[in-house]
Design a binder for this molecule. Structure first.
Ligand SMILES: Nc1nc2c(ncn2[C@H]2C[C@H](O)[C@@H](COP(=O)(O)OP(=O)(O)OP(=O)(O)O)O2)c(=O)[nH]1
Length: 181
């Protein structure tokens, strides 16, 4: 049994799909407190901030703690979760017909081991169909996802090439974690 220190339904689904027993206790780390716009730095600082908050609250005596953060970078820009419809639309337009990378960082700590991993999955997308994009935006599925993208959903038909794990792009590099445990 592990403690998933995340509010993310996607991360919970990934653990569930891989048969890992967990309790889910997300924190309230304020990612707006991070000043850097460097995507990797931002992702690490966010992960560390989430970890420090939840390690202080729960420790690891009763079970290991796992936290993670994901950001998207496209054309050198840092894309976090979209704030609103227009923000999501501009993120999607930037990534349409473009190369984009999802960076996921995770920290796993038990009584005797600690893993810090940062992985990147890079996609080349075909141009998004305008009507398809509008429907995706209206559906609201674009919210709560770094860069407003959903690689296993909306983006799937547009993937021209991919380098890296899909799990990394969804927010938790589960294969890396399992290889370590
Ligand atoms: N289903 C899905 N979710 C994605 C995808 N890409 C990113 N995400 C999700 C995973 C995370 O829930 C979210 C990235 O935001 P954060 O890393 O800040 O996590 P979140 O705020 O959701 O929860 P947490 O901070 O861990 O409590 O985006 C994707 O392609 N598909």
């Amino acid at each position: 049994m592990i403690r998933l220190g995340s509010n993310s339904p996607t991360r919970a689904k990934i653990l569930k799909d891989f048969g890992i027993d967990f309790v889910q206790n997300g924190g309230s780390f304020d990612e707006d407190s991070i000043t850097t716009q460097n995507p990797k730095e931002f992702c690490y600082i966010a992960t560390k901030g989430k970890f420090d908050e939840l390690f202080k609250q729960y420790g690891v005596d009763d079970m290991p703690l796992l936290v993670a953060d994901s950001v998207v970078t496209c054309d050198g820009k840092l894309l976090r979760k979209a704030k609103d419809y227009d923000d999501a639309k501009s993120m999607l337009k930037l990534q349409s017909g473009n190369k984009t990378s999802v960076i996921s960082c995770m920290i796993y700590k038990s009584k005797n081991i600690e893993l810090i991993d940062m992985s990147i999955t890079t996609y080349e997308f075909a141009k998004f169909d305008e009507l398809d994009m509008k429907n995706y935006l209206v559906s609201g599925e674009c919210f709560g996802k770094a860069g407003a993208i959903m690689v296993e959903g909306f983006c799937k038909p547009y993937i021209k090439s991919v380098k890296g794990y899909e799990s990394t792009a969804m927010g938790l590099s589960i294969e890396k974690l399992l290889a370590f445990l």
